[in-house]
Design a protein around this ligand. Structure first.
Ligand code: SF4
Length: 209
């Protein structure tokens, strides 16, 4: 990447945009809500079951002016979900400021592995064992979404739940490729531990992005 463009990316004035689309939020608290998704490239967390591995290398995604991203997004929806990749790889300050200037609700889906930047109406924290969240984000999260790939993930989920605020909504979500095996275990777990709720990737059942 050219040095001048890299500088703009580092400042959050450009972002490596992988894709953007208007759809229905499929997961978590806002499932069923129409929203514009902005998927930012770049992630070095390295979940082995990641379903967007093509997002990892930021260099594959064109640096795009943040202002242009905002203009596109707000044409479609006043709920904008920023996802990745790991969006907090980048400085989210300008993106969220401009979205809020246009009265959009700003939502983020993050592993929390990097410092929280930006002004968010909704923070969905989805911690990953391989690169734990920064401590400061736990108290800010509105929902905690723990992905269940195997039985050990229930213990990890409890460890993470102990760190978030009392108001944070707790979700267990099966990793898609093992959903048939894990859903019965999650259902049992939630019935025995009702502070948790089940989250499913309903957009995949609906066959939408
Ligand atoms: S944090 Fe998200 S994008 Fe990054 S590897 Fe894990 S699942 Fe994939």
């Amino acid at each position: 990447m050219q040095e001048s463009i890299q500088k703009l990316v580092n400042e959050g004035k450009m972002l490596p945009l992988m894709e953007e689309f208007y759809t229905i939020q499929g997961e978590g608290y806002h499932k069923g809500t129409a929203a514009y998704f902005i998927r930012i490239g770049g992630c070095d967390v390295g979940c082995h079951w990641c379903d967007v591995k093509e997002s990892w290398n930021a260099d594959l995604h064109p640096p795009t002016a943040t202002e242009k991203i905002v203009q596109n997004a707000t044409k479609y929806s006043d709920v904008v979900v920023v996802t990745g990749g790991e969006p907090l790889t980048w400085d989210m300050t300008l993106l969220t400021k401009e979205l809020k200037n246009r009265n959009a609700k700003t939502h983020i889906e993050t592993s929390g592995a990097y410092p929280l930047t930006g002004e968010w109406d909704w923070i969905c924290l989805s911690p990953k064992k391989v690169k734990l969240p920064e401590e400061a984000i736990y108290n800010e999260a509105h929902e905690l979404k723990c992905i269940v790939y195997n039985k050990n993930d229930f213990k990890f989920a409890e460890e993470q739940a102990a760190k978030v605020s009392e108001d944070c909504i707790l979700y267990l979500q099966p990793e898609w490729s093992v959903r048939e095996k894990m859903i019965p275990l999650i259902v049992d777990y939630v019935m025995n531990n009702p502070k948790w709720k089940v989250s499913l990737q309903t957009h995949k059942y609906l066959n939408i992005p």
